[in-house]
Write a protein that binds this ligand. Structure first.
Ligand code: GDP
Ligand code: IMO
Ligand code: MG
Length: 422
């Protein structure tokens, strides 16, 4: 990767594409790994040497001792969950404090943000977003409303600032008649988390990253969620509350657009979505169930069933456009091993209307498919492209032609080793 540049690895669909695995795999090539958006709504799975970790707020470059990992200003952080996550890594023998820096400009998720998350969802009736319940929306709302608390706030008069924001939340909850909650225990742990955070370098990470770039160092920006969950470009209002797309790399880390070099867009060989919202490729039949079973499509954060379907080229083309994707990374090809035929959604239709460009609202659209032959050969043990079954190579070639971007990495299993560079 170019020295002195930022590369980004972005989920370009509805999240859970395998970002954790690929960031961990890429880390040896970079000096700094930085998260720029989201918080503990993320669940990034990393598997190596028979060990499995699911990271939420901590960047997936953390296992490489020599690298600096940064939680950027665009992130939101829950001190109690962060403490639990960090302690798990420490218990596994990783001394993470010296290599993890947190932006003082990142916003804090308070226990009452999580109560508000539940209260807002409850008030939405049947139009629930299906959030992860981690207080993400309320925390980013307070950021935009200019009343939020930031990591830097813990350095001075914190109790007072905390109490003021908590009282504001309690008032909103009373107005919503949502008063049956008890955060006493949670709050104690949360305050303990605040104290725990002080052992990490709480810094102006924006300056730190730019200094690293000036010194010719390379940065990998690790996306969270996916492009279709982006607050601006996703399937609003069924989205998360941060900028998960390429623009979010600049605002969420404080790096200029001209520092960005490659944009890796990661997707699965099929589609999934957790939570509510339109999903034209969703399968309610046995095929959907088979994809879920073979792909283990159950949420890493909430354990919810992920909704499953065939790959969606309408969505992928849109995300490639929004992000300026230079390289594609295709995950979980092995999940399709057993299928005799594989479908690809090439357009959406509603009545007589057929569209290939992402509509304003995808609600009510159905998928239009093309069919390709399956490979019916196990892929997981394959380590070189020359050993791919021809039908799998044909699937890759078909997608590259349709998407007009090269698929430069192919993953055929959850382990770090099952990754093929083309
Ligand atoms: P992330 O949020 O984008 O980091 O993805 P998740 O960790 O939420 O979900 C991806 C899941 O797929 C995890 O359970 C990974 O261990 C698993 N996984 C990643 N790559 C592959 C692959 O190529 N094949 C299979 N079968 N599983 C994979
Ligand atoms: P990673 O980084 C998949 C979804 C939730 C819900 C919507 C809003 O692991 O890919 P929120 O709690 O953010 O307000 O929920 O966004 N969602 C994710 N889905 N992967 C994620 O993260 C997600 N983070 C949020 O299910 O539909
Ligand atoms: Mg995930």
């Amino acid at each position: 990767m170019t020295k002195g540049k930022v590369d980004a690895l972005l989920g370009i669909v509805f999240g859970d594409e395998g970002k954790g695995k690929v960031v961990d795999f890429f880390t040896p090539r970079y000096d700094v790994v930085a998260r720029f958006a989201g918080g503990p709504n993320a669940g990034h799975t990393i598997i190596f040497d028979g060990k499995k970790f699911v990271l939420r707020s901590i960047p997936s470059g953390i296992f490489d001792e020599g690298k600096t990992n940064i939680i950027g200003n665009g992130c939101v952080i829950a001190p109690d969950l962060f403490m639990a996550e960090a302690r798990e890594l420490e218990a596994a023998g990783y001394d993470i404090a010296p290599r993890l820096h947190i932006s003082r400009r990142a916003h804090l998720i308070l226990p009452t943000h999580r109560v508000l998350d539940r209260a807002y969802e409850a008030a939405k009736g049947k139009n629930k977003v299906g959030t992860t319940g981690k207080g993400i929306g309320p925390a980013y709302s307070d950021k935009a409303a200019r009343v939020g608390l930031r990591v830097g706030d813990i350095e001075e008069n914190f109790e007072e600032k905390y109490r003021a924001l908590k009282e504001r939340h309690e008032q909103i909850l009373r107005d919503l008649h949502y008063t049956d909650y008890d955060i006493a225990e949670e709050e104690k742990l949360w305050m303990e988390g605040v104290e725990y955070m002080r052992r990490f370098k709480l810094s102006n990470t924006e300056a730190e990253i730019n200094r690293a770039l000036t010194e010719g160092k390379s940065v990998l920006a690790e996306g969270a969620q996916g492009s279709l969950l982006d607050i601006d470009h996703g399937t609003y209002p069924f989205v998360s509350s941060s900028s998960t797309t390429a623009g979010g790399v600049c605002t969420g880390l404080g790096v200029a657009p001209n520092t960005i070099d490659r944009v890796f867009g990661i997707f699965k060989a099929y589609s999934t979505r957790v939570g509510s919202g339109p999903f034209p490729v969703e399968l309610f039949d046995e095929t959907g169930e088979t994809l879920r079973r073979i792909g283990h499509e159950y949420g890493a954060v909430t354990g919810r069933n992920r909704r499953c379907g065939w790959i969606d080229l309408v969505a992928l083309k849109y995300a490639i456009m929004i992000n300026g994707v230079t390289d594609l990374v295709m995950m979980k090809g092995d999940v399709l091993d057993e299928f005799e035929t594989i479908k690809v959604c090439t357009a959406y239709k509603k009545g007589d209307e057929v569209v290939t460009e992402m509509p304003y609202d995808t609600e009510g659209y159905e998928a239009v498919y093309e069919e390709l032959p399956g490979w019916q050969t196990p892929l997981t043990e394959i380590r070189e492209e020359k050993d791919f079954p021809p039908a799998f190579s044909a699937y890759i070639a078909y997608l590259e032609k349709q998407l007009a971007v090269r698929i430069s990495i192919v993953s055929v299993g959850p382990d770090r080793e099952a990754t093929i560079i083309r």
